[in-house]
Design a protein around this ligand. Structure first.
Ligand code: ADP
Ligand code: MG
Length: 724
């Protein structure tokens, strides 16, 4: 089928209705999750209490408890027609990994029985040598362990019971995203609790909360299948801009096309059945771009849920004849996709630590955490950027749409004024909130309408939005744990240092509020001077200003990763118990290797498509023109009436030759890069190749403009972006 037929087919694709269960959402919400309700129903009292103890107290699961829990879980799973079980984990590749085992075992009488015990629940030993480990686990010691994380509930996908697990090596190093995330969450709680106790002695735990907003594109599956680049690399490596793309801003928050709405509805239902509180759905800025967001939750669980949702999206899209693109930049010239990570901290006594309080004390607590978060982001701004850097996200960062490749923080007018004022007034000045009727009692005011009132600044990578910070630089395909581990660990380190500073002030005999404020003041001064920036993050002036302030302005992704093994990062991560130096080094190896492979694949696909799709199409059109010229010459005896054909021929010759020369050069560059030994050096070489992909793209996009539309083999942007 040629392109024009494919376009017709996708245009006429039938809408498939969504499959919505009868009854209210609340009736089926969480039915496929082994949550507390199921625990109470299916576990005996002893197993239940022991399990809750593990979950709340962070204790390890003993074998007896595991057996008891597995018994109840099996009963529940069988009622849902489950036949298989898998440990579900998040290795350092993209996405999740699973190895399914059937529940059968010999019954000793020549038959089989369904069997599932505590051992299967608690631990597995996948032959893990094919997962990236950065050299920690050479193939001769291939053993890796997966172990259940009881704080993430077990769930059912199709016929399989999925057990969320951590994935570690034989020698104990983390080989996944979950393990360090859990360590960072513990670190931030341990560091925050002593400070919270200054305000409320009953606090015993601090939770980190994550609310992710997932952006994505949908394309018709028939058109997708005709674009080798989309299929293999997740993005279009060339394609001339559509005459219309997002300039009219008519897609953002527009009416959702029925086919897409049906997809979204199915996705919501699937998410809700798995206990994922999907809440918001809307069109995004670019054509065929959409977003979904759940209600925020505890970070480890919210991150698991994001992984599950990304997986569900892919499957459910197919039912509706779509393919979902999670790539950060599938199309040039229109916005890319991010995954905003809304993040906050809260105590087990219900206090939100990044929202203004009810009284002066609550406000002081809020300002304490607010300022320390900013101090952590300031100190580790380069590391924060490294935590979201990838070959694919590189196309977003620094482009004029997404956060710039400089991590600064947006405070909004209110909080900027509050901080400036705090520097001026005596340290025992109460921080008051203006009452609902606008009556202000103190010197420093935080208006009550504040939460809804924070100005929006889309150009800032780390923005305060009233009761949380929004880390916007995270890529749409990323595992949120990368960013969340670094942020929570950095904040933990800062809180530890801050506590020590407060202790000193207290030892000098100061009252608690004065001690806190005196410890805060130098930090406030510093963050206002450096990391806080409310202006336009896209401008050239900001780049210069940021460099002057000492913020990191590196744009080379392989170089960014070096931040992880610099002394400040190693100290921070080891002090908080999140990563060992060995783990940091190993992870960087994986990051460089992944970067190289991604660019290598893109470059291969691009060269092959240039040689096998683009040049032949251009030459076919050229042959047609030459034929016309021959005819003209035969009839008229000259080419005087053929100026247009001759001009087009010139263009074709020029661009085809440019494509050939650049494609050949890229192949050579790859050959040379492949000879390089070290992963870092190789990634640096591939960074150059990544840049040269743009150069090869240009003449191809020019050819698309010139060659007869009927002869162009690949679906064009206007077709990929406007069919739904
Ligand atoms: P917007 O697009 O305006 O930023 P959305 O409603 O799309 O807002 O997404 C906001 C996200 O922030 C949601 O996932 C929401 O649950 C989450 N969120 C709200 N409050 C908090 C909080 N205190 N901590 C973490 N996440 C939060
Ligand atoms: Mg947002």
């Amino acid at each position: 089928m040629d392109r024009i037929d494919l376009v017709k087919e996708s245009f006429e694709r039938k809408e498939v209705p969504a499959d919505v269960p009868a009854g209210k959402t609340s009736e089926y919400f969480g039915e496929l999750v082994f949550d507390r309700k199921k625990m109470c129903k299916y576990l005996d009292a002893e197993s239940l209490h022991a399990l809750l103890d593990c979950i709340e107290g962070g204790h390890a699961l003993d074998r007896k408890t595991a057996d008891g829990v597995a018994r109840g879980m099996k009963e529940w799973a069988m009622e849902h027609g489950v036949t298989h079980v898998t440990h579900w984990f998040q290795p350092l590749t993209e996405g999740t990994a699973e190895k399914h085992d059937s529940l059968i075992d010999y019954d000793g009488k020549g038959g089989v029985i369904e069997s599932f015990d505590g051992k299967m629940l608690a631990q597995q030993e996948p032959d893990a040598s094919s997962f990236p480990s950065g050299g920690i686990r050479a193939t001769f010691e291939a053993r890796g362990y997966t172990a259940w994380d009881p704080t993430s509930p077990v769930f059912i996908l199709d016929d399989t019971l999925c057990i969320p697990t951590v994935f570690i090596s034989y020698t104990g190093e983390a080989l996944d995203y979950k393990t360090p995330l859990k360590k960072a969450l513990k670190a931030v709680s341990d560091a925050a609790v002593p400070i919270c106790k200054l305000f409320d002695p009953d606090v015993t735990k601090v939770y980190s909360y994550l609310g992710w907003e997932q952006e994505y594109f949908l394309v018709d599956e028939a058109l997708y299948a005709a674009r080798t680049d989309l299929m293999i690399t997740g993005r279009t490596l060339f394609g001339h801009n559509s005459s219309k793309n997002q300039q009219l801003d008519d897609h953002y928050f527009g009416a959702i096309p029925t086919r897409v709405a049906n997809f979204m509805r199915d996705l919501e239902v699937a998410g809700h059945r798995l206990g994922i509180p999907i809440k918001t759905r809307h069109n995004e800025v670019a054509p065929n771009q959409f977003e979904l967001a759940p209600i925020y939750g505890e970070t480890n669980l919210a991150n698991d849920q994001n992984q599950i949702v990304m997986n569900l999206m892919g499957r459910i899209a197919r039912k509706h004849g779509f393919v979902v693109l999670l790539h950060e930049k599938p199309f040039d010239g229109v916005n890319g996709s991010g995954k905003h990570n809304n993040w906050s901290l809260g105590t087990d006594k219900g206090a939100q630590l990044l929202a203004p309080g009810k009284d002066a004390k609550g406000n002081l607590q809020f300002v304490t955490f607010f300022v320390n978060v900013l101090a952590a982001v300031q100190k580790h701004n380069a590391l924060m950027k490294a935590s979201i850097a990838s070959a694919t996200n590189a196309h977003r960062l620094g482009a004029n749409e997404a956060p710039p490749a400089i991590v600064s923080a947006f405070l909004g007018r209110t909080m900027t004024e509050v901080l400036h004022k705090l520097l001026e007034v005596p340290s025992d000045t109460p921080i008051e909130i203006a009452g609902k009727k606008g009556k202000s009692v103190g010197l420093v005011e935080i208006p009550e309408i504040f939460v809804d009132n924070t100005d929006r600044n889309r150009t800032s990578p780390f923005a305060f939005t009233g009761n949380r910070f929004e880390f916007r630089a995270v890529g749409s395909s990323a595992n949120c744990a990368g960013a969340m581990t670094t942020l929570n660990a950095a904040v933990a380190e800062q809180l530890i240092e801050f506590k020590a500073a407060v202790e000193k002030e207290l030892a000098a005999g100061k009252a608690t509020n004065v001690a806190l404020m005196d410890a805060l003041k130098p930090i406030i001064k510093s963050i206002l001077d450096v990391v806080c920036f409310d202006g336009n993050g896209y401008t050239e002036e900001w780049k210069k200003e940021a460099a002057r302030r000492g913020l990191d302005i590196e744009t080379n992704v392989p170089k960014m990763f070096c931040e992880f093994t610099k002394p400040a990062a190693v100290e921070m991560f080891t002090k908080t118990g999140v990563y060992t130096q060995k783990e940091l080094e190993a992870r960087n190896e994986v990051k460089w290797e992944t970067y190289t492979k991604k660019v290598q694949i893109e470059s291969r696909v691009m060269v092959r498509m240039a040689l096998n799709h683009i040049i032949p199409a251009a030459l076919e059109y050229k042959a047609k023109l030459l034929q016309e010229l021959t005819l003209a010459k035969g009839i008229y005896g000259n080419l005087d009436g053929c100026t247009t054909e001759l001009r087009i021929l010139d263009d074709i010759n020029k661009y085809v030759e440019e494509v050939r020369v650049k494609a050949t050069a890229m192949k050579e560059a790859r050959k040379a890069a492949n000879m390089i030994e070290g992963e870092y050096e190789k990634a640096l070489a591939y960074h150059e190749i990544a840049e040269s992909l743009f150069a090869l793209r240009r003449p191809i996009d020019k050819l698309e403009e010139v060659v007869d539309n009927k002869m162009w083999p690949l679906p064009k942007y206007r077709e990929l972006l406007f069919i739904s």
